[in-house]
Design a protein around this ligand. Structure first.
Ligand code: AGP
Length: 610
């Protein structure tokens, strides 16, 4: 999610705006920009890279201004380069906007505006909105009315700030699905997408609601809905300090990102899942859609958590699209001279888009003329640029080193792709609709798990001193067992291993005694009976059993020492829910052990060396 700061008042706007976006920079952005009205012209400065790059440009300009907007970008549409950076202008260059969110109908708007003779410089959805506002301004000659009319026709999400040379005494703000706060100072207002950019100026804020806009002048403002109905807003006092605001009030980024998953899962689906048709729209795959449709084999390559999501994806492609799949560690795949040909599809999964092992695997794929597709979070990253096409997971910046929300969004992206290919092949519309409906229930089901963590905290207290732990799962939940083990290893430094539950009797069961906690991922699915017998094997040898079970499962408490329940969903979606308790369990155990959860020892967020 990008960052916005806007100002109108008596202070010099330039430094205030730059300091405002600097508060947001460490969350991993890729470009920054600012627009100021200096009493004569609307000045724009924007640059890919860190804010320091932007400051170099501004140092050369002697600008005095009391109104401006600034933006720090997390790219969603268009690579992170200068031209795609915000602010964006209308064709006259007299209206500038910055935007957070995704305009879903930007392509249709862009076509309509192009046919009316308007032009575009960037690949972004934001510029389309800027040009649209400019086109409407030409008709209504009123800035806030032009903004209101434009937003009335927009599908998708936005947090925007708009200034103009036409009406330089006005700052316009609006929001739908992307936060926008107005800080109230003495004859000045500082607005932002995040309170951390406001609180050094004022702690009195107003939170705009969805489909609400504000028109601010130096000494007054008013708010109304996009349907033109006046609104009143309560003034709130921000009590958090900056550190707490950065983490959304959570103690760590990891916990914040675990709790973001209902939203980030939906952001991966947004504008792509056509639930009423049981199908999917994935513009990012269009360049290679024929090769995808006719492929005979899929290979998935990745590292760490991304490799685990790839193992889940294997079940999706084989059950929904009937395509054989191999899942490969990228570090192994790129050095074993894999047998590939031009009919093979290779998906590279990477949150950072910078993992050297995965990048090396892609180069090997390209050398052998197979199709390389990316499932990446960071737009414009090396892996995104190295692949022929791909799907961005839109999970927003993931700051905690232990990957959490990226895992569930990678699974969501894999599911969308498998559903799309399946519907191009033999998957019926009825089955597609059934899966789509179950997907739309996932955010609320995730919330119900995340709202009930007391039981998990208690279990974490009981087992925080263990030296070892086993994670067992079957079928599509075996990769979830692997992921749960990795989370515990990464942040609590406890030795943990994930295994297929049935594999225990082939050796590892020798490890079981009263000192070995064993976590079973055992939702009521088609192989439930089998995993119950695996649980009994462990119990018979005095192992301590913690089970992730389906709500309403009355039998499980007879076999387990501790039960953590998840809502019922269709079998192939259970990993989206069963992983949440494991993320939380690892988090609370690490807290009990006093570990540095967001920055565990020996680890980095992107492993850019092979
Ligand atoms: C996961 O919690 C780890 N931080 C690590 O295994 C990570 O998943 C792996 O390094 C791959 O990173 P990527 O997804 O950015 O390529």
């Amino acid at each position: 999610m990008s960052g916005i700061v806007a100002y109108i008042g008596k202070q010099e706007a330039k430094h205030l705006l730059l300091n405002g976006i600097k508060q947001l920079e460490h969350r991993g952005y890729d470009s920054a920009g600012i627009s100021l009205f200096d009493g004569k012209d609307l000045l724009i400065a924007k640059k890919a890279g860190k804010i320091a790059e932007l400051e170099k440009i501004l140092e050369q300009k002697d600008i005095s201004s009391n109104i401006g907007i600034a933006h720090i970008r997390w790219a969603t549409h268009g690579a992170p380069n200068d031209i795609n950076s915000h602010p964006h202008c209308d064709n006259s260059g007299n209206i500038a906007i910055v935007h957070n969110g995704i305009i879903e109908n930007y392509s249709a708007l862009k076509t309509k505006l192009s046919e009316e003779g308007f032009s575009f410089k960037s690949e972004t959805d934001t510029e389309v909105l800027a040009v649209f506002i400019g086109a409407l301004y030409n008709k209504v000659k009123n800035l806030d009315e032009a903004v209101r009319l434009a937003l009335s026709e927009v599908d998708g999400t936005f947090g925007i700030a708009v200034i103009s040379k036409y009406e330089p005494d006005k700052l316009i703000l609006a929001r739908r699905g992307s936060p926008m706060l107005i800080g109230i100072g003495d004859d000045e207002y500082i607005a932002a997408s995040d309170a951390s950019s406001i609180i050094q100026h004022t702690r009195q804020v107003i939170y705009l609601s969805d489909n609400e806009m504000a028109v601010l002048k130096k000494d007054s403002f008013y708010t109304k809905t996009i349907d033109n109905i006046a609104t009143n807003n309560k003034v709130h006092l921000i009590e958090f300090d900056i550190e707490q605001i950065e983490k959304g009030g959570y103690e760590h980024f990891m916990l914040k990102e675990i709790h973001e998953q209902p939203n980030t899962f939906f952001e991966t689906l947004r504008g792509r899942l056509l639930a009423e048709k049981g199908d999917v729209r994935l513009g990012g795959l269009l360049p290679v859609i024929d090769k995808i449709k006719n492929t005979k084999r899929i290979i998935i390559t990745a590292c760490g958590t991304s490799w685990h999501s790839g193992l889940v994806g294997e079940y999706f492609f084989e059950t929904l699209a009937q395509i054989p799949v191999e899942v490969e560690y990228a570090s192994e795949f790129s050095y074993r001279n894999p047998i590939l040909d031009k009919n093979d599809l290779v998906f590279a999964i990477s949150q950072s888009g910078e993992t050297a092992d995965t990048l090396a695997a892609i180069k090997e794929v390209k050398r052998k003329s197979a199709v390389a597709l990316g499932i990446v979070n960071v737009v414009g990253s090396s892996i995104a640029r190295a692949t022929d096409a791909g799907v961005y997971i839109h999970a927003g910046p993931e700051v905690g080193i232990a990957s959490t929300k990226a895992f569930t969004s990678q699974i969501a992206a894999l599911l969308l792709i498998a559903l799309h290919i399946g519907r191009m092949r033999n998957l019926s519309q009825v089955d597609g609709i059934k899966i789509a409906k179950a997907m739309l229930k996932i955010p609320d089901q995730m919330k119900s798990i995340l709202d009930n963590t007391e039981n998990i905290k208690e279990i974490a207290k009981l087992y925080s001193k263990t030296s070892n732990c086993l994670y067992l799962g079957r079928g599509i939940n075996f990769p979830v067992a692997l992921e749960g083990a990795l989370k515990l290893k990464e942040i609590s430094y406890i030795h943990a291993e994930g295994y297929p539950a049935a594999e225990m009797k082939h050796g590892p069961i020798a490890l079981i005694d009263e000192n070995m906690p064993v976590v079973f991922v055992a939702p009521q699915d088609e192989i439930y009976k089998k995993i119950i017998s695996n649980i009994q094997e462990v119990k018979a040898r005095k192992g301590k059993v913690i089970v992730i079970a389906t709500e309403g499962d009355k039998r499980i408490k007879d076999y387990a020492d501790h039960v953590i329940t998840i809502p019922k969903t269709i079998d192939i979606l259970t990993p989206l829910l069963s992983v949440l308790p494991l993320q939380l369990l690892s988090y609370y155990i690490a807290i009990e052990r006093g570990c540095n959860v967001d920055n565990p020892r020996n680890l980095v967020k992107a492993v850019t060396v092979e």
